[in-house]
Design a protein around this ligand. Structure first.
Ligand code: FAD
Length: 169
């Protein structure tokens, strides 16, 4: 496993409690796999001191696991919300293939691994027969991650209001 509990020298500060920093395949702490706080906690003091302070500058920095996640969910839910209501056979094949390929390329490798395990279960296979089916499927997949992270589940009946049309917005 690439998860460590501070036994790699990744946690250089003696004051901080060692965190389970997720390492990348290169053996270094993985920015896209950890929260910014944990990632910075794993960096030497000198590197931490160089970090930009303002949010505006930080928004131009490489994403941590949360920013990457929010952006990706925005894309996936929007992709589903704009998916055809009656997709062709080819569109269905390509969409299911895209989701499988996505699960191999997602930059947080540990997130990707769990996502692959999720879609590998027959009952969780991507549902691509219609816009409604795909939107609900992505919602269910997102809820699986929400549960794992101890976040509140989203009511999938509200997918359209959240991701396609909302009179208040
Ligand atoms: P997010 O979970 O990013 O959600 C963004 C917005 O989507 C919410 O504000 C809400 O309006 C809406 N929303 C929430 N749930 C649903 C739903 N079920 N259906 C429709 N809309 C919804 N992080 C980890 O730390 N560990 C992981 O293993 C991990 N795995 C991930 C796997 C994938 C495939 C992706 C895309 C992300 C993963 N993440 C993981 C990131 C994590 O899911 C969150 O994106 C991140 O923690 C930021 O959370 P957030 O509270 O800002 O809201």
């Amino acid at each position: 496993s690439n998860t460590t509990a501070g036994n790699t020298g990744a946690n250089s500060s003696t004051n901080d409690k060692p965190k389970n920093i997720i390492l990348g395949k290169d053996g270094k702490p993985c920015r896209a796999c950890n929260t910014l706080q944990d990632f910075l906690g794993s960096q030497p003091e000198k590197k931490r001191a160089m970090q930009p302070r303002s949010e505006k500058i930080q928004s131009e920095c490489p994403p941590d696991v949360e920013e990457l996640g929010r952006s990706t969910w925005t894309f996936l839910h929007s992709m589903a919300a704009y998916y055809p209501e009656n997709p062709t056979a080819m569109e269905q094949i390509e969409t299911a293939q895209f989701i499988r390929t996505f699960s191999k390329l997602y930059p947080c490798w540990s997130c990707a691994e769990d996502f692959r395990k999720f879609i590998a279960k027959p009952e969780n296979a991507p549902r691509v027969s219609s816009r409604e089916a795909l939107s609900r499927w992505i919602c269910g997949a997102h809820n699986e991650v929400n549960r794992k992270l101890g976040k509140q589940e989203f009511n999938c009946n509200l997918w359209k209001k959240r991701w396609l049309e909302n009179d208040e917005c």
